[in-house]
Design a protein around this ligand. Structure first.
Ligand SMILES: [Mn+2]
Length: 249
């Protein structure tokens, strides 16, 4: 009998966008990974930017991703608990995936206690010093007014605008990222600041598109989950150890 005792974390698949490997190749990679974990996964946390763009109209969702969504549904039906975090590319997830996958949707951070260890999990957008422009935009994009207005646009127009916007912001972040150093990595700065006030054993973020696993303190580590356009990295918690790994089918 298989034991469901592992918890998996991954982020930043950016399904729908195609840099090196096409989005479909990436989707197949993901499906092979989900097939691999489906027998021992107790829970799966997808920590944001799963889709390069997502919006749910009352009767319409974006085309595509059917293999991925079908595989997630299979995991959900097998009893894997699925949690989806809103990223900056897919902050407009409302009730659809919650209903279809019986998933939990997390708006910002999720603080979790597993086997006596405290986890702080967040996509990572809008945290740390700087980036005032994004913080302002995030508040606007997440407002009811903005979502109501966007829903009034015909999907061909609305999604067209969103894709153009995404292409424009992507020009800067398609390439593989380089580590800036512990003092300049803003999610590390953010975690260090938070640690002044309260203890966490693990910080788990996405967003940075750079996988790292760094010891911040005697009993604290920060893990960035990386991305699936180049590296295909994920983390797994077995009840005692948290490990950052690379998926090779
Ligand atoms: Mn992001």
């Amino acid at each position: 009998m298989s034991m469901r005792d592992k918890i998996y974390f991954a982020s930043d698949f950016h399904l729908g966008v195609a840099p090196k490997a096409t989005s479909l190749d990436r989707e197949r990679q993901l499906v092979s990974w989900l097939d691999h974990i489906k027998y021992d996964a107790k829970a799966l946390f997808l920590v944001g930017d799963i889709f390069d763009f997502w919006f749910e109209y009352s009767t319409v969702v974006p085309k595509g991703f059917i293999r991925f969504l079908g595989k997630l549904a299979e995991l959900a039906d097998l009893g894997v608990e699925i949690t989806l975090f809103k990223g900056n590319h897919d902050m407009w997830m409302f009730g659809y995936l919650k209903e279809q996958l019986n998933a939990h949707i997390v708006d910002n951070e999720l603080i979790l206690q597993l086997n006596g260890k405290l986890f702080y999990i967040h996509h990572g957008d809008g945290l740390g010093p700087g980036d005032a422009k994004y913080k302002f935009l995030k508040a606007f994009f997440r407002s009811k007014v903005c979502q109501w207005l966007f829903a009034k646009l015909h999907p061909n127009l609305g999604i067209g605008i969103a894709q153009r916007w995404s292409r424009h912001s992507r020009a800067a972040n398609l390439d593989e990222e380089r580590f800036l150093g512990e003092d300049r990595e803003w999610l590390i700065q953010y975690a260090r600041d938070l640690l002044q006030k309260e203890h966490f054993d693990y910080f788990i973020f996405g967003h940075r598109h750079l996988a790292y696993d760094i010891k911040l303190h005697e009993n604290t580590r920060i893990i960035n989950l990386g991305e699936w356009m180049h590296a295909c990295t994920y983390a797994v918690w077995d009840g005692e150890q948290l490990e950052l790994k690379k998926w090779t089918p």
